[in-house]
Ligand binder design. Structure first.
Ligand SMILES: Cc1cc2nc3c(=O)[nH]c(=O)nc-3n(C[C@H](O)[C@H](O)[C@H](O)COP(=O)(O)OP(=O)(O)OC[C@H]3O[C@@H](n4cnc5c(N)ncnc54)[C@H](O)[C@@H]3O)c2cc1C
Length: 519
């Protein structure tokens, strides 16, 4: 199989300008993708790895939309099992295995999760959770994931639960279930890795290009940097614009739901590395998560509320979500978290298909590939981050059929993303662990920037674990075009506003100098 070329996998402002120029008014590509989230970049990679010519346009930046606001779980689909969606749960378990062991070991890790059991818990809910975890483990085995990577779930006594999660409230604690699932270091970095791997196979990845009007074989678009209008031609156009997909193809009807997270200082929660899954009072199989992150933060999420009105670019976290999340966490933590412990917050919108009445949390998370009868545009919506690869495969299959392209079957199950290596190899990469978690086998190249110029080894702000070298790398190789791209998507400094603002002057200067070739 063709492997991505590392040099070609570099995205930069210069490459963007040259490729947009060549594409506008030039020969059609086989597949033109609209949307640079996990779905669109996944489609671009699937198509490029089948030998098709590909371009992708993204209105803002890679991972600008929902894909950077997820819970960052690569999950086996416990909730789908509870709702009887066995096929979807099985698919999730298989995709989790592919991400953890083949395509992105560098960006993923196993995460221990504790479901604490308190005296006042409903026995039925406990039994359902235990049954779900057992069934989920059967799917893990079917997917071929070894128990050395994701150990079997087991019941633990109260003393062990407290060792795993020292911040738990002790009064009334009867123990809990310990289970293991997958987690991403950073969802936005998965999207960047997908885009760069696609670019390494020849895909043209063009950020700051907004699609205005779609037909099966062309897109009218605007270069958001110059304001210039361009027409881009293709044998098949694919709409992967997430919650904005319906704005481009009106027959696509979505019912987005909002999910919010709070960013807490890990010390305030008293948690170690084990996540807590806390049942929402009065509901079965709905959980609020406390998810410890490398670097000491804990994400507290998640809500699932229908969105009123249109999807805006950025979704705010309403006060009611803050209260709800703090309230649920307070039920299980020895020291109830307060608003003073909240360092930041983020919310995203799930692009769920409007397929049924009822609450959005009960709508199916299955994805759909729809070919619009009026225009012939292929749209992909729904699904989730964990299953992006099958979504992409099904979408490219549909595009190939619709445009009668000649292409082999999907190859992405065996195609490691840029920076990937197996866990044993990653353990021997000679670079700081924090860099290996973000860049995998490319970490020594990022670290080497600081060897050549010691100023680039320094953090971008006091106390930050992001170095100046990472900013330069983001501009030279990861397609960052502005300080915001770096603060909010190549790094996640933006999750805590004061930290982003402390780093902004240095990041802005580095980005500007790198764009001018002075760095
Ligand atoms: C709160 C929350 C938590 C979640 N947690 C998880 C989780 O832990 N694990 C999991 O597997 N899944 C999770 N999901 C689901 C997952 O995040 C989404 O299904 C997935 O990210 C959707 O990706 P997407 O590429 O379809 O959409 P997006 O990421 O929104 O991408 C669409 C892109 O299209 C661009 N765009 C829009 N209009 C145009 C235009 N006119 N021209 C060009 N570009 C355009 C946007 O800028 C955007 O970048 C979660 C979802 C939410 C909301």
């Amino acid at each position: 199989m063709t492997r991505p070329n590392e040099v070609r996998a570099s995205l930069s402002a210069r490459r963007r300008a040259a490729e947009l120029d060549a594409l506008a008014g030039g020969a059609p590509v086989d597949v033109l993708v609209v949307g640079g989230g996990v779905t669109g970049t996944g489609v671009a990679l699937d198509a490029a790895s089948r030998g098709l010519s590909v371009a992708l346009v993204e209105a803002h930046d890679l991972a600008f939309g929902t894909s950077r606001w997820s819970s960052k779980l690569v999950h086996g689909g416990l909730r789908y099992l509870a709702h009887g969606h066995v096929r979807l749960a099985r698919q999730s378990a298989v995709e989790r295995d592919i991400l953890l062991r083949r395509t992105a070991p560098h960006l993923t890790r196993p995460m221990a999760q504790l479901f604490p059991r308190y005296a006042d818990a409903s026995a039925a809910a406990e039994a359902l959770t235990a049954a779900g975890l057992t069934a989920g483990d059967a799917l893990r085995r079917l997917a071929g994931t070894p128990s050395a990577l994701l150990p079997r779930p087991r019941s633990v006594p109260a003393a062990q639960a407290l060792t795993l999660a020292p911040g738990l409230r002790e009064a009334g604690l009867h123990g809990g279930m310990l289970a293991f699932d997958g987690a991403l270091t950073d969802d936005a970095r998965l999207v960047v890795a997908l885009a760069r791997t696609a670019a390494g196979l020849g895909a043209r990845v063009l950020t700051r290009v907004r699609a205005l009007e779609l037909a099966a074989d062309r897109v009218r678009a605007r270069d958001e940097l110059t304001g210039e209008h361009v027409e881009l031609r293709a044998r098949q156009v694919v709409n992967a614009a997430g919650v904005w997909a319906g704005g481009l193809v009106p027959s696509v009807r979505l019912r987005p739901s909002r999910g919010s997270h709070l960013v807490l200082d890990g010390r305030a929660t008293g948690l170690g590395e084990t996540a807590l899954m806390v049942g929402v009072p009065g509901e079965t199989n709905r959980f609020v998560f406390l998810l410890p992150q490398p670097g000491g933060r804990v994400y507290l999420g998640l809500t699932d509320e229908p969105l009123d009105g249109e999807a805006t670019d950025i979704t705010e976290v309403p006060e009611s979500d803050v209260d709800f999340l703090l309230d649920v966490a307070s039920r299980v933590l020895a020291r109830p978290p307060t608003r003073a412990d909240v360092l930041g917050s983020f919310a995203g919108l799930r692009p769920l298909l409007d397929s049924a009445d009822g609450r959005t949390s009960d709508l199916s998370r299955e994805h759909a590939v729809l070919t619009d009868a009026a225009t012939g545009v292929v749209t992909v919506v729904g699904g989730k981050l964990t299953t992006y690869r099958v979504m992409a495969r099904d979408t490219v299959d549909a595009a190939v059929r619709a445009a009668r392209l000649r292409a082999p079957a999907s190859r992405t199950a065996r195609l490691p993303l840029i920076g990937a290596a197996d866990r044993a190899a990653l353990a021997t990469v000679e670079a700081p662990r924090a860099l290996v978690r973000r860049y995998g086998t490319e970490a020594p190249r990022v670290a080497a920037l600081g060897d050549v110029d010691p100023a680039l080894a320094r953090p971008v702000a006091d106390g930050s674990d992001v170095t100046a070298g990472e900013v330069v790398w983001a501009v030279r190789h990861e397609g960052a075009l502005s300080a915001d791209d770096v603060l909010h998507r190549r790094t996640r400094l933006g999750l805590v506003a004061p930290e982003a603002e402390a780093a902004r002057p240095e990041v802005t200067d580095l980005v500007e100098r790198s764009l001018r070739g002075l760095r």
